[in-house]
Design a protein around this ligand. Structure first.
Ligand code: NAD
Length: 490
């Protein structure tokens, strides 16, 4: 402990103490330069071009990443097509062994992967260590369990793989999104060409070394790195049997248009603007924790973040007061510090987007509250923010901000809560806080959201299908439903 005074802690706990920094010390083992991972090997890109991966924590360059052009993407698809011939014929028990091995190797290197994920993406180490990496391993374990039991998914029918799957993922959960995509594809006998997001390619490329160590046959999984143009080459390649995309609604719509009439399968996991609904009979302190976790987890870079709080009018003032106190105790800063609750914003561009939307919120007349916090001088950071007096027509109640910003609206009746919650073009998730079980059941049938959490928020499990309604996309990831999206019935 140091003698530095922390007014927020003083107010909460009456003490004068502030924690000393507690940086994670495990090594991330990041190479200076990464090639593309094609046919089981790292290869130089035919474009001969590389781009920098910058740490949002301090704006320092972490590594050079290969820029894949269309001929590199083609090489990856050729490798995956060749590999599909034998991989798809392997008995499920054999595929399961590879998946188990991958999961165990990831567990062995969990600390290293957590640090790499935090350096590359900016999320707090306690989240990459306790959520992203263990959950990624859990997806491989879960799907390893399914690989030899596919006959039980649809009794009496046989599930057959689709072929080569083109997968494009975003930057908010780089390793976890990779696991969500690769594990079910491999369990069902498909092969993969995956493109990570351009700001967060490092853990995918480190993961390639796990695939090598697991002895996965060459070409079963291929990684091509780059930005939108590379993604477009992955999506439009004629050898793709299916495209699985997670990212923004705008890009998802463009992909849907591009694939229309091609016969390729498509699943889209897109944006969200989730309502987190608190009734007056809810356990308020527990709900406040759920609200904080719902919006500030991963700096609010969460597609299913509870970014719209709908609170019943009779308890609105009490909830807001408690939220302000809780906000003051959040530690925002160096994501590598084990005490940090809110880390760095993933990129300069995302920070600019958050700043612009917050400015619109202020200009449109919503009331802003930000706790004092000493943000690091270098790196991209944004203080946790609350907006009260928000109405349905405000941009901050409609647009996905994808940052640590909560918009607070009120309601009087359950009907009004449902109407406001569903008044969005998104439909990915929602939360309901109430003491009444019957109300939870009624609300969850009326809310147009793929996931509805009851007296909790942001809870995930590989056995539980995840996906959206409306402009949040279609298709499911996880559970039996997720397997069906990677297979055909024969
Ligand atoms: P984005 O759409 O800009 O990028 C996602 C990926 O698509 C990146 O890899 C990017 O390089 C690639 N890409 C960009 N243009 C492309 C194109 N024309 N063709 C093919 N690929 C292209 O989204 P983002 O900013 O990286 O991620 C944030 C978005 O992702 C948010 O809207 C968030 O809600 C959404 N998201 C959804 C889920 C979900 O499960 N529903 C999960 C995580 C993130």
């Amino acid at each position: 402990m140091s003698a530095k005074r922390n007014p927020a802690r003083e107010l909460l706990f009456g003490d004068l103490w502030e924690y000393d920094p507690a940086p994670e010390t495990a090594k991330a083992f990041i190479d200076e330069r990464y090639g593309l991972f094609i046919n089981g090997k790292f290869v130089a890109p035919k474009t001969k071009k590389y781009f920098d991966s910058i740490s949002p924590r301090n704006e320092q360059k972490l590594a050079e990443i290969a820029l894949a052009g269309s001929s590199d993407v083609d090489a990856a698809y050729q490798a995956a097509t060749t590999a599909f011939k034998s991989w798809s014929k392997l008995p499920g028990t054999e595929r399961a062994k590879y998946l188990f091995r991958i999961a165990r190797l990831l567990q062995d290197r969990a600390r290293e992967f957590a640090v790499a994920e935090t350096l590359d993406g900016g999320k707090p180490i306690k989240e990459s260590r306790d959520f992203d990496v263990p959950m990624a391993a859990a997806h491989f374990f879960y799907h390893a369990g399914w690989a030899d039991k596919l006959d039980h998914v649809t009794p009496g029918r046989t599930l057959a793989p689709l072929g080569v799957i083109g997968q494009v993922i975003p930057w908010n959960f780089p390793l976890l999104m990779l696991a969500w995509k690769i594990a079910p594809a491999l369990a069902t006998g498909n092969t993969v060409v995956l493109k990570p997001a351009e700001t967060t390619s490092i853990t995918a490329l480190k993961f390639a070394t796990i695939l090598q160590d697991a002895g996965l046959p060459p070409g079963v999984v291929n990684f091509v790195t780059g930005a939108g143009e590379t993604g477009s080459a992955v999506v439009n390649h004629p050898l793709a049997a299916k495209i699985a995309f997670t990212g923004s609604t705008a890009v998802g719509k463009a992909i849907q248009r591009a694939l229309a009439g091609t016969g390729k399968r498509l699943t889209l996991e897109l944006g969200g603007k989730a309502a987190n609904i608190v009734f007056e009979d809810a356990p308020i302190d527990q709900a406040v924790e759920g609200i904080i976790n719902g919006i500030f987890f991963n700096q609010g870079h969460v597609c299913c973040a509870g970014s719209r709080l709908l609170v019943q009018e009779s308890v609105a003032a009490a909830v807001l007061a408690k939220l302000k106190i809780r906000l003051r105790s959040l530690r925002t800063g160096d994501p590598l510090d084990k005490n940090t609750d809110v880390g760095a914003i993933n990129s300069k561009a995302q920070l600019a987007r958050i700043q612009a939307l917050v400015a619109v919120g202020v200009a449109e007349g919503a009331e802003i509250y930000q706790a004092d916090c000493n943000l690091p001088e270098k790196g991209w950071y944004f203080p946790p923010t609350l907006f009260s007096n928000v109405s349905q027509s405000h941009s901050i109640a409609r647009e996905e901000i994808f940052g640590p910003v909560l918009s607070i609206l009120t309601f009087r009746t359950p009907e009004e809560a449902v109407e406001k919650a569903n008044n969005t073009h998104y439909g990915l998730s929602a939360g309901v806080w109430t003491d009444k079980g019957s109300r939870i059941l009624k609300m969850s049938t009326e809310l147009k959201a793929g996931v509805v959490w009851a007296n909790s928020f942001n809870k995930f499990d590989p056995t539980s299908p995840f996906g959206g309604f409306k402009e949040s996309g279609f298709g499911r990831e996880g559970g039996k439903q997720g397997l069906l999206d990677y297979a055909q019935l024969v």
